[in-house]
Design a protein around this ligand. Structure first.
Ligand SMILES: Nc1ncnc2c1ncn2[C@@H]1O[C@H](COP(=O)(O)OP(=O)(O)OP(=O)(O)O)[C@@H](O)[C@H]1O
Length: 247
């Protein structure tokens, strides 16, 4: 099996006046299909920059990126928009829900962009939100939901169109510790159930325990790479233990 995400000698330099900031200084990444991968590092280490480059939201200063074997670093903006729409889902620290839409309408949005008729997409959104424990909140506006509920809505929005890859930037950064654990369980559980690939950024080593692969970033470089193999993360272990009990 080939990696679904490959980065080679990835560099990003920002200019602030006369000063150059080497946010990424030559990073190599390989993420296998179906893997849950954590990018772990302290504030300013370059995690968000890395995610942003991998997701094609910014162009690298140097280096190569291949997603699903496609050289995304060579794509122009409209090709990237199309590529993200078809293959990638996003989860953000600050949820980024549309404030004027209900929870279900927010979840249905990626299907609208794909031309799915309203009745079909709303049915799919409602079903997914019910599965994620939000059946009583389908018609709530985002400001009528707690942080954890909003993040569940945003996870549902990220996965509804069945993208192969989900990128999450500090998905539990705005949540209390108990809610954060629940969100990690739900996000990793949903991703594993669908066989999708998840790459998430965190500064918290306890969140990185949910991953099969942990890439430690220090000062824009990979300091350490831990790979436990497929199904080694926290949710995968929990799931296999549960399955063991059932059979
Ligand atoms: N648009 C930008 N212009 C200039 N410098 C930037 C820009 N974006 C990031 N940087 C700098 O690049 C470095 C890495 O930033 P990045 O946001 O990737 O770190 P991070 O690990 O995600 O940090 P945090 O956890 O605080 O979000 C930092 O020194 C930051 O100040």
């Amino acid at each position: 099996m080939e990696p679904i995400i490959i980065a080679r000698n990835l560099k990003k330099t920002y200019r602030m006046g006369n000063t150059k900031i080497h946010a990424l200084a030559g990073v190599d990444i390989d993420v296998m299909p179906g893997e849950v991968c954590a990018i772990l590092g302290t504030s300013g280490s370059g995690k968000s920059t890395l995610l942003s480059l991998l997701a094609g939201l910014e162009h690298p200063t140097a280096g190569k990126i291949f997603i699903r074997k496609k050289p995304t670093y060579k794509m122009n903006e409209s090709e990237l928009v199309d590529f993200r729409l078809k293959h990638i889902g996003f989860v953000f620290q600050s949820f980024n829900l549309m404030p004027t839409m209900t929870a279900a309408e927010n979840v249905a949005l990626p299907l609208m962009f794909r031309g799915v008729p309203r009745a079909v997409r709303m049915k799919a959104a409602n079903r997914l939100l019910v599965e994620m424990g939000l059946g009583k909140h389908l018609k709530n506006m985002p400001n009528q939901l707690s942080g954890g509920q909003q993040q569940r809505v945003s996870i549902a929005r990220a996965i509804i169109a069945k993208p192969e890859i989900i990128f999450a930037d500090e998905p539990t950064g705005n949540l209390d510790s108990v809610t954060a654990e629940q969100i990690m369980e739900i996000m990793c559980g949903q991703v594993r159930k669908r066989g999708a690939t998840l790459l998430f950024v965190t500064h918290d080593p306890t969140k990185a325990e949910y991953a099969d692969q942990v890439i430690h970033i220090i000062d824009g470089k990979v300091a350490k790479r831990e790979r436990h193999g497929p199904a080694a993360g926290k949710t995968a272990q929990a799931e296999s233990e549960t399955q063991g009990e059932e059979t």
